[in-house]
Each structure stands twice: as structure tokens, then as C-alpha cells.
Design a binder for this molecule. Sequence first.
Ligand code: PEP
Ligand code: MN
Length: 359
Amino acid sequence: MVVVVQERATPEERAEMLRLLASMHAGAVPAPVRTVIGEVICQPDATISEELACRLAALPAVARVIPINTPYHLASRALFPTTTRVRVGQAIFGGGDPIIIAGPCSVEGEEPILEAARAARDAGAQLLRGGAFKPRTSPYSFQGLGLAGVELLARAGAATGLPIVTEVMEPALVPQVAALADVLQVGSRNMQNYPLLRAVGAAGRPVLLKRGFAATLDEWLLAAEYILAAGNPNVLLCERGVRGFDPQTRNLLDLSCVPLLRQLTHLPILVDPSHATGRRDLVAPMGIAAIAAGADGLLVEMHPRPDEALSDGRQTIDPGALRQLIRRGRAVRAALMSEDSSPDAGPAAAKELVGGAHL
Ligand code: PEP
Ligand code: MN
């Protein structure tokens, strides 16, 4: 259950509401959270009688009581029936157009990241990515340039007019990375790092939350809930493949999660076909498929010379391939949109075609 607090409620009226909520629930009443529909209080485990629910709804401090039967509340579509729009610079995630984030796996130096940024922008990407704190499986692999790398990325972003996305791995480093980056990425390996989720929730920057490689949708949405409950409404979900059994691909891209998440949550949904497949030749087909499935955008590894990349070269495409992927992805989305608005497409067909997106 979520209680939407009346904006003009007096302190006495609020106290009365909190007393009633406390009497309904054995645990402490959680603190109110600011969301796009105003201030709300989540009471996930409250089992309340109809009589109590009516008493609660009748209080002057209560605007609305919303029953929610999923473990995540703030991430639930039951709370916000329309897709949340997350604005980063000129780009609007969840606004209908697929937003493309592109750039190298790792920031490799000043000149290389500037060259990559120009190539990403010229190919049609709206945001620049680049890892500076790298979560590498082996401690002997290139670990990234750290904060100096984030600074180089920020400079390349400023020079090309592209907002930047970069991963942060340690809660203590969140403020420093947030001072430079437009979007904070939480990587697959850290999806359930709760201190990190709380820290990015308090950082005041949009967060790109990757799916843990063995996480269920409920676990992923509960990780998003940590960020939302910390007062940050700007969360982007990014599917990047789950662990499969066939070594032909690095991971198994779960594209069915796109239309499924669309039903479960109001948060924008992105897909990373690079880490999902681990293969350059599969990035464009799966990126286009993700857009056809209704994704709000893609995160793609691109390098001016993929074979020279310091990390993940095998799954990295070149600027020409990125340009073609963006062109084809946009054409697919436009074809689906025009099909939706054609006289033959009933509302059910339209809903199905865009995965139920409010586009
Ligand atoms: C990345 O995008 O740089 C990355 C490391 O991805 P993931 O966390 O999905 O493995
Ligand atoms: Mn990578």
C-alpha cells in the first residue's frame, strides 16, 4: 500500500496519519519519500482491513491510498500509470524516441576519448559512455583510469555537447563522480550493492541501473526501489544479458524482459546489446530487435578502432556500424509508430506493438 500525502497537510494532520499508520503495522512507519506524484509513504507489508483503509483515506492528510501487491512500490506501474520521462541534457528517456548511449568500454586517454566522443556524436548518439572505474573479472586486466578518466570523459562530453554516463563502484566515490558525470551507472556486478544503491539514490543524478547477470525482475526492481526510496526518481533500467549456458555468446539477452517490464514498472527500459552478446556481429541485430521490442534506448560499446580497444574489443562496433544501427533502429521505431496510428491498428494492436509503452 502507498499513501499519497496531501500537499497542504498541517503537522497535526500528518501526525494523526502517522499514528494510524503505526497502529496498522508492527514495524516503524517509513519516512515519506518525494516522488513525481508528490510525497508518499510506502507500507509494503501492511495488511489492513477495509474499515481501516477507509478511515485512512478519510484523513485530511491523505490524498489517496493506492493498493500495490508487488514487493516494490515506488517502481511499480500501479503507482504511476505512465512511463517516467528522464531528461538528460536534450535527451528524454521514455519520451518515445530511442535514445542512444555510445562510447568505448573504457576511457583510454585524452585524445582517444575525444576521438570516440566525436565519432559517437557524428554517428547520431545522444550520450557518451566510457568506463573509468572498471569492474574487471581478473585483477590483472586493465582496471581503468579512475577519477582522472572521469575527468577526461567529462572534457570530451563538454567538447562535443554530449552528456556523459560512467560507472561508479564505491559508495565513497559517488559524490566525486556525481560532480562530473550526468548519469551514474551501477554495473551488473553491483546491482545488489545496497550501500552503493543508497549512495547513488542520494547523489542527485539520474542512475542507469544494469541488471545483475543472475537477477530476477523482482530483484532488479527492488534494487531500483532502493534508489527511488532514497529520493531519486530518475532511474533507468538496462538489460545486459543474463548468464546462459552456451559459450557462443557472452550472456543471454533476455529481450522478453522489455515488454514485461513495461507492464510492471513506469521506469524507462534500455538494452545493452554489447555486453549481452559479447560479439560485434550480434550488436546491431539485437539492438534493432530491442528497439522493436519497445526499448527506450540502447547502450552500445563503440570505438574508432575496435581491435585496438583496451577492453571488450570483441563486442565493440566501429562508428560506421553505430551509424547504421541508429538509422535502422529509428526506422524500425518509426514503422511501428506509423503502424500504430494507421486506421487498421486497434488499441490492442498498438499496445502490443510497442510493448504497452505510452509512446
Ligand atoms: C559496462 O557497461 O561498462 C559494464 C561493465 O557492463 P556490465 O556491468 O553490464 O557488465
Ligand atoms: Mn565493456
